[in-house]
Write a protein that binds this ligand. Structure first.
Ligand SMILES: Cc1ncc(COP(=O)(O)O)c(C=O)c1O
Length: 387
């Protein structure tokens, strides 16, 4: 697939803006918007209840979103639950793990707010929360290893750091965690859609991700992966109709009250929110098809090329990077320090260039459909702003 065709067909934003802000909220491809529009039109005609002609078509599309997500992270389809967003999934994970009185959990200072607060809340139950400090924007395996012990219930890590792009070695972390009897929970929103992930190979126990960043989907369509063996072993902290035994549900709905005991349904459905944001899943299903058609390995490779090009150009300009530059130490997100950030952001925005201010620097996050020419335009604007 040719990048120029993809830009023209799917990303009309490229005609008017240089959008380098996929770590924030991304534009959705035209094909995803078209699918949502068709779905809305059908909803206007029918309620998409049992009698609607197209129910099966749309429902299959929504269910297919799980399949496509599972392909992107190397999971099985029956290990994926629909959830509204990343933070919701992280909350579920934090609350479903069985803790002992002396349990601790380990997170770190490179995590986004969501992947800290859900763990800090556990302090209300007397659980120790260890926050490993980064050094120069990096978390070393050594520093994690020193904090993970036999009482560590879970290690919480974002695959790619939300503000500087630091890329954790999940395989190395899961080995340490599992050796000490703890679980590995991954915040995947800054990685799924921009790099190949393999939950099986990296032995990840949980992964939560929304889809409005690198998956190029709308808000409200999130995914929670739970490793197969844990699905039955654990129970959800909050329930939906899908969480309960389908026979009790059926009886209650059609015959008589039948809920004198709580019996869970089998499988991933028990963790799932019912009556999901169907429009959003229809949209992200299309977006993920685009991603998979282009190939996630190709996307990872292209983003690396764009990042390397951007880093070289920033270094040429004498910018101080907050992104660690070692081999395999970063991915997708580049952050550099500047003085007068707000003035720069304003200048860039007036020139149609979209990036973000994060943690004392400018965060630039190109996706596969961006080009080196767009990076050049960004660098030229940067030079002009300080001329
Ligand atoms: C790493 C990370 N985790 C979680 C979130 C919040 O995601 P959601 O809105 O899907 O809960 C963000 C948002 O920026 C993020 O960057």
């Amino acid at each position: 697939m040719d990048i120029m065709n993809i830009r023209k067909r799917e990303f009309p934003i490229t005609e008017s803006k240089v959008f380098l802000n996929h770590a924030a909220v991304s534009p959705i491809p035209a094909r995803s918007a078209e699918a949502i529009k068709r779905f809305v039109e059908d909803k206007v005609k029918a309620q998409l209840t049992r009698d609607s002609d197209n129910l099966e078509y749309w429902w299959n599309k929504i269910i297919n979103a799980k399949k496509l997500f599972s392909m992107l992270i190397g999971a099985k389809e029956n290990e994926i639950a629909f959830i509204p967003n990343t933070t919701f999934g992280l909350n579920l994970i934090a609350q479903m793990i069985p803790y002992k009185a002396d349990s601790n959990v380990v997170t770190n200072t490179l995590e986004y707010i969501s992947n800290v607060i859900v763990w800090l809340k556990l302090r209300e139950k007397g659980i120790e929360v260890r926050i490993v400090k980064d050094i120069d924007g990096k978390i070393s395996i050594d520093s994690l290893e020193k904090n993970i012990d036999n009482a560590t219930a879970v290690v919480a890590i974002g695959q790619v750091c939300w503000y500087n792009g630091f890329r954790h070695d999940l395989k190395a972390i899961s080995e340490i965690a599992h050796e000490r009897g703890s679980l590995l929970a991954v915040d995947g929103i800054q990685a799924v859609g921009n790099m190949k992930i393999n939950v099986e190979k990296d032995e990840i126990d949980f992964l939560s991700a929304g889809s409005y960043k690198w998956l190029l989907g709308p808000s409200g369509a999130g995914f929670l992966y739970i490793r197969e063996e844990l699905i039955d072993e654990l129970n959800p902290p909050i329930l939906s109709e899908e969480s309960i035994d389908p026979e009790a549900y059926r009886k209650c709905l059609y015959e008589e009250f039948a809920l004198f005991d709580l019996k869970y349904s089998a499988g991933i459905g028990k963790y799932q929110v019912t009556h999901v944001n169907d429009l959003a899943y229809v949209g992200v299903e299309e977006s993920m098809r685009l991603i998979l058609d282009f190939g996630i390995e190709n996307i990872e490779e292209r983003i690396k090329l764009l990042d390397d090009y951007l880093i070289d150009r920033l270094l040429e300009c004498g910018c101080k990077l907050q992104t660690p530059l070692g081999e395999n130490e970063h991915h997708a997100i580049v952050n550099f320090k500047v003085k007068d950030i707000d003035r720069l952001l304003d200048f860039l925005s007036k020139n149609g260039i979209i990036v973000s201010k994060r943690v004392g620097g400018i965060r630039v996050s190109p996706h596969f459909y961006n080009t080196e020419e767009e990076i050049d335009r960004f660098i030229d604007a940067l030079k002009m702003a300080y001329a």
